[in-house]
Write a protein that binds this ligand. Sequence first.
Ligand SMILES: Cc1cc2nc3c(=O)[nH]c(=O)nc-3n(C[C@H](O)[C@H](O)[C@H](O)COP(=O)(O)OP(=O)(O)OC[C@H]3O[C@@H](n4cnc5c(N)ncnc54)[C@H](O)[C@@H]3O)c2cc1C
Length: 578
Amino acid sequence: MNPKKRKYDVIICGGGLAGLTLARQLKVEFPQLSTLVIEKRTFPKPVATYKVGESTTEIASFYFKEDLQLSDYFKNAHFKKLGFRFILGDGRDEWTSRPEIGLSKYPPYDSLQMDRGVLENDLCEINKVSGVEIIDDTAIIDIEINEKAQDNIVKIKKDDQTFDLQCRWVIDSMGRRLFFHNKYNLTKKMETPHNAAWFRVKGRFDVEDMVNKDNATFRNHVPHKNRYYSTFHIMGQGYWVWLIPLNSGHTSIGIVTSEAYHDFSTYNTKAKAKAWLEQYEPTIAKHLENFKMEDFLRNKNYSHSATRVASIDRWACTGEAAVFADPLYSPGSNMIGYENTCIVDMLRKDLSNNLEEKHVDRLSQFIISQNEWLIDHIQGSYPYFGHQQVYTLAYLWSVVIGWSLDCPQMFNKTFLDIEVKTRLDKENANIIFALGRMKKLFLDWHKVAKNTFTFDFIDYLNIPFILDIFKRNLVPNKSLETLIEDRIHTVERLEEFAQAIFLIVVKDVMPEQLERFQEPIWLNVNAISLNPDAWDEEGLFEPKTKPRDLTIVQHQILKVIQYKDQLKEKIDLDISIF
Ligand SMILES: Cc1cc2nc3c(=O)[nH]c(=O)nc-3n(C[C@H](O)[C@H](O)[C@H](O)COP(=O)(O)OP(=O)(O)OC[C@H]3O[C@@H](n4cnc5c(N)ncnc54)[C@H](O)[C@@H]3O)c2cc1C
């Protein structure tokens, strides 16, 4: 079908996840606007063996269900996710001897496992029914951006015919074609390449089937035997392997690595990927023999950032056409939610004639900072993937940071209002610098860790202060007053958690230093480090905040680990060991 008109309010170039969700959001927000989506491929797209972007967090889930008003659709058409699950330790060890971090039951707020083919086909239909015009089999050839007051021009080609279409706003959602990146030289590439290869198998690739049915300990950790619905991260140094269930009756399996540890050429074909799994994750490789690999795709050096993702000249990028950090913790769809919501906000202001360049620049910068923080935070942790002690505490720290600082942004759209954002950032001040300190702490720790503690299984939502952070921060429609109150409360827990982690690390690698910590312990989290010579000079013992009781958070964390030398019992009785 050719375009019905020659002029639209918005033309969305690329009908993948980012473009189709933006079209839906625009329809929900501004039913009167004319929107055209142009997609190169043909609908319906293949089911299961199509794209990655299958696992979501609570942030993306909130965006999909609430902002797109598709709650019933997602409840019925895609799997509810049993949280993130991590298998640590050495891939060559007996599977059940490897430590596991994951949920025992569904969390209070759901996230999703999505089949991308099913989702894009359904979104196409949902959009069409609501009045969005979508033309497939049509390629964008060029986009001309004109002076502020004039329309932009989109040049398209369909069935050997070319058309020039006019629009007020034009969106690049063409994924890795990176149209505006190339046009305006916007791309920032990352220093160390990170790569991935993935495939789908038909059927249920369920780790429960890899374990002896009589293994009661393993079964009891997840009593409903539904681990399958988690996003699995099977981790080793410099790599992780994902397992994601798809509602089309397939399982998605992917290998993700840092080039610093694993040369991409060692797993970039179907045969090599199998051999790679045999070498690093033999239990997975063995179980894979029962399945047929239905496709094989890969992506070399997948991360990128940008110098700009939106302009006052009424163009913007969303999805991978804007930025992409890393698949760990599934932030891709979160970013789509943020990007689309920024675009909708710019349009809203444009419609009421009060869109200012500084607002566009600020939102553009928000997306870029968010992405670069993710790259730095996630890719900085590849060196200690699989390390039982270091990765465990680093993950608990990361997930708590995500729920504390990221979730309220999406659940309450705090990033759109500079005054709200600045007000909340003020409350973060005490912890923001500590994020860098904690990142370095984990990196330094893994080089010298003595691995003095262990555990079989940690359900991170069974840790009361973490559950409290989850429940407190994943709540929409808050007043500014409540947002501030919750932020203060949350940042206090983070400050306590950082100290509790630090003390565990010190006890692990330099227990002789513990005598320097006087009861009741209260430290300056901005001076945390594994360099005891710098502690005095950097003010570790001169806290900037009023001391609080650290032992509540400390006890809760110590409860989920066991010291190998049986010291834990003593610590439980006498926390003053610190
Ligand atoms: C290894 C890996 C794993 C990932 N895992 C996850 C995950 O678990 N969870 C998550 O949230 N995210 C994940 N992501 C990110 C996720 O894949 C992306 O965020 C998402 O696919 C981006 O969607 P998009 O719409 O921007 O791009 P795409 O899905 O690529 O859509 C772009 C569309 O534009 C069309 N197009 C291209 N050129 C033209 C043209 N010239 N004219 C017209 N149309 C055109 C294409 O046909 C396509 O349909 C992962 C990414 C990687 C690399």
